[in-house]
Design a protein around this ligand. Structure first.
Ligand SMILES: NC(=O)c1ccc[n+]([C@@H]2O[C@H](COP(=O)([O-])OP(=O)(O)OC[C@H]3O[C@@H](n4cnc5c(N)ncnc54)[C@H](O)[C@@H]3O)[C@@H](O)[C@H]2O)c1
Length: 263
């Protein structure tokens, strides 16, 4: 769908070569934004940006690891150099390192935190500095997860990092609201992306079974929710998290309920 709602806006989306980030970058571009599309994999970033440009939209690749603070600062500088300003920063890049708590290593822990937290924190900081200088507000969006709300085995570090991003969004309300910069979070549930299909080729069937709506999410489901937070119309919405999980976190696993059905 193209409707020009993001005409004249400049956006950065990290981890956007494939999956949820790509869907957000594509939707923003289709609706008129100029997008700087980041991915740690240069070839993937270039291919993704090329696909969006092939649709006649404005998108430039930016290769680099968000765990590197100089890289995220460079990303903001590049967006300003190319497009003259920055209105939207989507801190989407995130790393999942599954592992038993008893065996989890410092290396695994540090990698998760460096991408999920350091990358998001310092991109938000660099973006907010630029938006404050421009004096016209802005939008920052963090990518949390339903596992920042509900415990899932083998995701102790990942779940903790995602819960932390939601607190960061609430915290930044204090410092960024005076500049009309909103900061929110999306918390996707099970969503089909290339990574999940590598982890489990039967992902859609296996995970779809535990989701009340009977199916896993698609990247576009998350992108549609993102567009709301990023829109001009959402200026009164800040410090919030929207869970997009097909109702997964609304339920509790139940034992047999035969006794109710037999009544
Ligand atoms: N897919 C899901 O089911 C799901 C559920 C909840 C939350 N999330 C969150 O949504 C976000 C996107 O998830 P996804 O499954 O679409 O991602 P993904 O794992 O498919 O990765 C998307 C892209 O990010 C890039 N990337 C990885 N590390 C990077 C880094 N350090 N710097 C820059 N780019 C990097 C990868 O090269 C890849 O092309 C993540 O933060 C993830 O934690 C995903």
């Amino acid at each position: 769908m193209t409707n020009g709602s993001f005409e004249k806006k400049v956006a950065i989306v990290t981890g956007a070569g494939v999956g949820i980030g790509y869907a957000i970058a594509e939707q923003l571009a289709l609706q008129g934004a100029s997008v700087l599309l980041n991915d740690v994999d240069k070839a993937v970033a270039e291919e993704a940006a090329g696909q969006i440009r092939a649709a006649g939209r404005i998108c430039q690749p930016f290769a680099g690891d968000v765990a590197n603070v100089e890289t995220v600062r460079g990303m903001v500088a590049e967006a300003v150099k190319l497009f003259g300003r920055l209105d939207i920063a989507v801190c989407n890049a995130g790393l999942t390192v599954w592992g038993d708590f008893f065996e989890y290593t410092q290396e695994m822990f540090d990698r998760v935190m460096s991408v999920n937290l350091r990358g998001s924190y310092f991109l938000a900081q660099a973006a907010a500095r630029q938006m404050r200088e421009q004096g016209q507000g802005g939008r920052i969006l963090f990518m949390s997860s339903v596992t920042g709300h509900q415990a899932l085995q083998y995701l102790s570090a990942y779940g903790m990092s995602k819960a932390a991003l939601e607190m960061l969004a609430r915290n930044l309300v204090v410092e960024l609201s005076p500049y009309k910069i909103t900061v929110n979070c999306l918390a996707p549930g099970a969503t089909t992306t290339p990574r999940n299909l590598v982890d489990d080729p039967n992902y859609d069937t296996v995970w779809g079974k535990v989701i009340p709506v009977g199916k896993v999410g698609k990247p576009d489901d998350i992108a549609q929710a993102a567009l709301f937070f990023l829109s001009d119309g959402a200026s009164q919405v800040t410090g919030q998290t929207l869970i997009v999980d097909g109702g997964w976190s609304a339920i509790s696993p139940s034992p047999s309920l035969d006794f109710v059905e037999k009544k």
